[in-house]
Design a binder for this molecule. Structure first.
Ligand code: F6R
Length: 261
């Protein structure tokens, strides 16, 4: 696991955009996994800038969302399909018709989850998956207690996650849906490269568990310790609990130029 302690939001966004473009450049028809929420926004803005200024193109990219709330109407501003349109798709050259998320309005939820897994497989798998992390250690919406072997399915959000996300729903925790559809941990683990990005003191315990904790369903992100290619981008506040932080800083300072992500 490579942990990079970034020096500013711009530094984090630049490295994140570099990692995405590097992975997307490796295949003729690359596939990108998209997280929503606050954490990847700087990276999405930087990708938008590079595409707008002709420095990069994502025109060949197909994309899959990590998760979706169940039951939010088509036009609800917090439906993740709409959030990702505002945060990324409106600013880059990805064809919106080649972006798919689990359908939280599907009549047959179980069939939708199976179809979603099949669609990812048909696309040849996900080359790079962007991830955030919840303060309770969730990745996508795999809450504590999730099977580390799980695939796309319905989950119940914890009170903690609904409280954390109430800021997007006018600070009304009751307005945050109780259910979501989410890629499972095994779905995420099948991606070629995992890029987890997070900032702020509120995530420090989760980052400590992710990197240094024992692997446990109580902290679902710890499953990433089994993945051979993980990059974690954090700020200083988010690594306040990391015993290995000085080692990671030293490692990044001495990273060979040829190594890339
Ligand atoms: C969103 C997702 C979640 C978030 C996590 C952190 O698609 O999968 O796991 O990444 O809840 O959210 P933020 O980035 O808003 O702190």
């Amino acid at each position: 696991m490579e942990v990079i302690v970034t020096s500013s939001p711009a530094h984090l966004a630049g490295l994140g955009a570099d990692a995405v473009l590097e992975a997307m450049g490796r295949r003729a028809r690359p596939t990108l996994g998209l997280a929503t929420g606050s954490s990847p926004r700087g990276i999405y803005a930087e990708l938008g800038r590079r595409v707008r200024e002709g420095e990069a193109s994502l025109a060949r990219v197909r994309a899959f969302l990590l998760d979706e709330y169940v039951g939010l109407g088509e036009d609800h501003p917090q439906r993740y399909r709409n959030v990702i349109a505002r945060d990324l798709l409106d600013h880059v050259d990805i064809d919106p018709g080649r972006v798919r998320g689990p359908d939280g309005l599907a009549d047959d939820i179980e069939a939708e989850c199976v179809a979603y897994e099949q669609a990812i497989t048909r696309a040849g798998g996900i080359d790079l998956q962007i991830l955030g992390i919840g303060s309770d250690g969730h990745i996508a919406f795999n809450e504590p207690g999730s099977s580390l072997a799980s695939r796309t399915r319905i989950k119940t959000l914890t009170r903690q996650t609904r409280q954390d996300n109430a800021r997007f729903f006018g600070d009304d925790v009751e307005a945050v849906p109780v259910h979501c559809l989410t890629q499972g941990i095994a779905t995420i683990m099948a991606a070629g490269h995992l890029l987890l990005v997070t900032t702020g003191r509120a995530k420090a315990e989760a980052v400590h568990q992710l990197v240094e904790g024992p692997i446990s369903a109580m902290w679902p992100a710890t499953a990433l310790q089994w993945h051979p290619h993980v990059t974690v981008l954090v700020d200083e506040a988010a690594c306040a609990r990391l015993q290995l932080a000085p080692y990671f800083v030293d490692t990044f300072e001495h990273k060979p130029d040829w190594q890339g992500f």
